[in-house]
Ligand binder design. Structure first.
Ligand code: UD1
Ligand code: CA
Length: 476
């Protein structure tokens, strides 16, 4: 048995005027990827022999955003002739001359058509033997879509664009989803026949079905039951809707994999994130980019993780973290800010109002309150007292702080980098540490305290403080 070859053409040359944006429409992101990126991810999953992306508007920006992530994609430039028909034509011209398989046409602005739906669509086309098959859907409000006009025996007769439709045609609720499978030969025969004599002055790909019917050929239609797979993005309201639908799908997928997600409506998970079974996600939490969360971890509420790695049974609440690694059974938050390069060891703690950056914090070490730890290597079993700060920046350069195992710093210690605290060392409260501290030493830098007795009554007579002091002296 010979298997038909498959080429996928993704249309991404349009400007997307209705977005009113500097950014090309197909590059607007949802779930951590540009719209057209989702289409290409699906195309890659389908496993085509050729994947072509048709570009024109801001072509360099579109190509730059996609080349690295989709090395199999070939970019084809559309010329000044407008329309989806022309876009497909330039792509077909780039296929090998002897390519005689099927061509799946997708739109860069329709990211919800998943690989299962599309592979069933291609199979249906192949089984039917029709030269072309459209994906259609019956919707309540067909505004903006091409209408599928059927003939008396129920077959597809033609597609009429909204702007070219008369009242009867406009009333049809079966719409063209903008996804098609054609035999390559059919496109080579009919695309050269398509003109620009229509309301928009464009070469409509949607003219092909009518031409096939004219020649007595049959056009297949695959009516999808879940109309959301056909949703496209033309404006920002649709961008939000499609983004929410995709997120619902991702959330549901993880729920079925064993993740507890308390509030799907306020949980946002990017397509590239990975969650293990028995993870719990509390409300208003964003799991973004390639974040990986291990079994049993509890994340949220009110937490954003970007490209982070969270270990087993860790607890991360009310935290904002980017490119950070959080060890197993560690706890982070509330109100912690973990910047890139933060690596917290197993059973470690980063607590309330703590900011970290480029900081390795060893196993079991704690930074519990009100600290800034930047450009630092902290050993195991360390406790940085409340408000310990690494002064890592001398206005010109950043310097490192090294804190060896089992060091305890007093509250409000300032570590002026570059500086090293040897194993087991301690600092007094308020110490400003400018010199290395040898292992096992106590570093003090605050002048001894002096109490001047009777100072308040003498210098502040008649104040509440003086009266209180006098009363307390009498009571003694
Ligand atoms: C198109 C269909 C319409 C269908 C709808 C489904 C045509 C003529 N109309 O309309 O029947 O119901 O999709 O969503 O095909 N593009 C190019 N080059 C161009 C023009 C567009 O590559 O010259 C790309 C766009 O970037 C976009 C896709 O083709 O990704 C669809 O273009 P768009 O202008 O959004 O078409 P619709 O008006 O939505
Ligand atoms: Ca569209």
């Amino acid at each position: 048995m010979t298997v038909n070859k498959l080429a996928i053409i993704v249309l991404a040359a349009g400007q997307g005027t209705r977005m009113r944006s500097r950014l090309p429409k197909v590059l607007h992101p949802i779930a951590g990827r540009p719209l057209v990126g989702h289409v290409l991810t699906t195309a890659t999953r389908l496993g085509a022999d050729h994947i072509e992306v048709v570009v024109r508007h801001e072509r360099d920006q579109v190509v730059a955003a996609l080349t690295e992530a989709y090395p199999a994609a070939v970019f084809v430039d559309q010329d000044e002739i407008p329309g989806t028909g022309r876009a497909v034509q330039v792509a077909v011209e780039q296929l090998p001359a002897d390519f005689d398989g099927d061509v799946l046409v997708l739109s860069g602005d329709c990211p919800l058509a998943d690989a299962d739906t599309l592979s069933a669509f291609v199979s249906e086309h192949r089984a039917s033997g029709a030269p072309a098959t459209l994906m259609t859907a019956v919707v309540d409000d067909p505004t903006g879509y091409g209408r599928v006009i059927r003939d008396v025996d129920g077959g597809v007769d033609r597609i009429v664009e909204q702007k070219d439709a008369d009242a009867d045609e406009a009333a049809v609720r079966e719409i063209n989803a903008g996804m098609y499978v054609f035999r390559a030969a059919t496109l080579r025969t009919y695309l050269p026949e398509i003109g620009v004599d229509n309301a928009q002055g464009e070469m409509y790909l949607t003219d092909v079905p009518g031409l096939l019917r004219r020649d007595g050929d049959r056009v297949g239609a695959s009516v999808v039951s879940d109309v959301t797979v056909t949703y496209g993005v033309n404006d920002r309201a649709q961008l939000a809707l499609v983004g929410r639908l995709l997120n619902e799908r991702i959330v549901r997928r993880w729920q079925l994999e064993g993740v507890t997600i308390i509030d799907p409506a306020t949980t946002w998970i990017d397509d590239d994130a990975t969650l293990a079974p028995d993870v719990t996600i509390l409300p208003n939490t964003h799991i973004l980019k390639a974040t990986i969360i291990a079994e049993g971890a509890i994340i949220g509420p009110d937490t954003t993780l970007v490209d982070c790695e969270v270990g087993e049974d860790a607890i991360v609440r009310r935290t904002d973290a980017t490119l950070a690694v959080i060890g197993a059974e560690a706890t982070v938050g509330p109100f912690s800010f973990l910047r890139p390069g933060t690596v917290l060891g197993a059973k470690g703690k980063i607590g309330a109002y703590v900011e970290t950056k480029n900081a390795e914090i060893g196993e079991g070490s704690k930074v519990p309150h009100l600290s800034y730890v930047g450009d630092a290597t902290i050993g195991r079993g360390v406790n940085l007292g409340a408000s310990t700060i690494t002064a890592n920046y001398d206005d010109v350069n950043k310097h490192r702080t090294v804190v060896e195992d089992e060091v305890h710093t007093g509250s409000h210690t300032t570590l002026v980098a570059p500086v090293r605290l040897g194993a087991g060392a301690k600092t007094g409260a308020g110490a400003v540490v400018r010199k290395d501290v040898p292992a096992g030493s106590l570093a003090m830098s605050v002048a001894p305290q002096r109490n001047i007795e009777g100072w308040v009554e003498k210098n502040r007579a008649g104040t509440g403080a003086a009266d209180a002091a006098a009363r307390s002296r009498v009571a003694e």
